[in-house]
Ligand binder design. Structure first.
Ligand code: SF4
Ligand code: SF4
Length: 336
C-alpha cells in the first residue's frame, strides 16, 4: 500500500489521532519533543507550521521516537505523516500577538495567561513571536487594550514545495474567512502541490453559517474528491480544559459536516480533549479521527519544558504514558 492508501485505510477504520503542534508554533525544540512523545503514543498525523525548519524538527522528533521505541517496548507501526498548515488573513491560527508599548501599563497579566510562555519582560513586556500561536488569551486579559495582532502571508508557492522536500506529506488550509475567493485560491494552490495524498481544510462556524460552511466544503470536495479531509473546528485553541462542555462545539461542527452527506473525511478539532471521542460516540457522530492541539500540548508541557528532558528516561516515560492515555481514550471511543 502506498502512503495515501495507508492513511485512507486508517481514517476509514477511525484510527487517526492527529497531534496539532500549532500552525503558528515556530519553536523547533518544542515541536521536536512533541513529535517524539506523540509518535511513541500512537499519533498518526503531526500538524506543524509551514516552515522548513519546523518540518525538519518534527521529522527529527519522529526519528528520535524510532531510536527510543525499543527502550520503551513500543512498536511504531506506521511512520507518522507530517502535515503543514497555512492560513489566510483573519484566521486566528496564523496570527501573531504584539504589545503596543505606549499603551502597556506593565501589569504582567498577559504573561500569566500565555500558555506558550511567549510573553517575557526585557525592560518592557514583549511577545517572542516564534512561540506565539495566536490564541488571543493575552488580549482577553489586558486591561489597557495594548495587545494587537499581525498577519504575514509568506510566499506559499516558494515555501510549500520546500516543506515537501523537508518531509511534509499532507497539507492543511485554515480557512476561517468569509472571503470565498481568497480561500478557494489557496485551496487550488494546495491541490497543485499535493497531488497524491490528503489535503485538509480547517473550518469553524465563527464567521460562516452552517449553510455557507457546507457550500464551501462542497466546492472544495468537487476539486479534491476522496483526498479531502475536513477538520471540523469547534472553538479554535479552546481545548485546555478536559471536560465535555469544552469539546461540545467541536463535536457539533463535525456533526453538521457529516450530516451534509458529502462523503468527505472528518476530523474533530478545536476544543478537543480526552473526552472528545467519548462525546462523539455518545452523540452518534462517526468522525474518522480526532485532532488535539492545546490540550495535547498542555498535558506534556511540564515534562518537555525540563532542560534535561531529552536525557531523562523517567521524564520521557511519564510524558509518553500521559500522551498514550489521551490518544487511547479517543481512539477506543471512536472505533469501539
Ligand atoms: S497568549 Fe496566545 S496570542 Fe498571546 S502571546 Fe501567548 S500564545 Fe500568543
Ligand atoms: S496585560 Fe496588557 S497592560 Fe498588562 S503587561 Fe500585558 S500588554 Fe501590558
Amino acid at each position: 500500500m502506498n502512503r495515501f492508501a495507508t492513511l485512507k485505510s486508517l481514517l476509514e477504520q477511525r484510527r487517526v489521532f492527529k497531534l496539532v503542534c500549532g500552525a503558528g508554533n515556530e519553536d523547533p525544540e518544542e515541536v521536536r519533543r512533541l513529535s517524539m512523545i506523540y509518535t511513541l503514543a500512537g499519533a498518526i498525523i503531526h500538524d506543524v507550521s509551514a516552515n522548513t525548519d519546523i518540518v525538519k524538527a518534527a521529522a527529527k522528533g519522529i526519528d528520535d521516537a524510532y531510536a527510543l521505541a525499543d527502550n520503551f517496548k513500543i512498536n511504531i507501526n506506521i511512520r507518522p505523516y507530517i502535515n503543514v498548515s497555512i492560513g489566510i488573513k483573519g484566521d486566528p491560527h496564523i496570527r501573531k500577538a504584539y504589545i503596543i508599548t505606549e499603551k502597556c501599563i506593565g501589569c504582567g497579566s498577559c504573561a500569566d495567561v500565555c500558555r506558550q510562555e511567549a510573553i517575557i519582560k526585557k525592560g518592557e513586556w514583549l511577545v517572542e513571536e516564534y512561540r506565539c500561536i495566536g490564541c488571543g488569551d493575552c488580549e482577553n486579559v489586558c486591561p489597557s487594550s495594548a495587545i494587537y495582532f499581525t498577519f504575514k502571508k509568506p510566499d506559499f508557492k516558494k515555501i510549500l514545495p520546500e516543506c515537501v522536500d523537508a518531509g511534509c506529506e499532507i497539507m492543511e488550509l485554515h480557512g476561517v474567512s468569509e472571503d470565498d475567493e481568497a480561500v478557494m485560491n489557496d485551496w487550488l494552490l494546495l491541490n497543485e502541490i499535493i497531488t497524491d495524498n490528503f489535503i485538509s481544510v480547517c473550518l469553524d462556524r465563527s464567521l460562516l453559517s452552517n449553510k455557507h460552511l457546507i457550500q464551501r466544503i462542497k466546492k472544495m470536495y468537487d476539486i479534491t474528491g476522496e483526498r479531502m479531509i475536513v477538520q471540523a473546528d469547534g472553538v479554535p485553541m479552546s481545548g485546555e480544559g478536559d471536560d465535555f462542555n469544552t469539546t461540545l462545539q467541536a463535536v457539533a461542527c463535525a456533526d453538521i459536516v457529516i450530516k451534509s452527506g458529502i462523503p468527505v473525511i472528518v476530523l474533530i478539532s478545536g476544543g478537543t480533549n480526552s473526552k472528545s471521542g467519548i462525546l462523539a460516540k455518545q452523540c452518534g457522530v462517526n468522525a474518522h479521527g480526532i485532532s488535539v492541539g492545546s490540550y495535547a500540548r498542555k498535558i506534556v508541557r511540564p515534562f518537555i519544558k525540563n532542560e534535561n528532558f531529552m536525557y531523562d528516561k523517567d521524564l520521557i516515560k511519564k510524558s509518553i504514558e500521559i500522551a498514550q492515555h489521551l490518544v487511547k481514550s479517543n481512539m477506543d471511543a471512536l472505533n469501539g
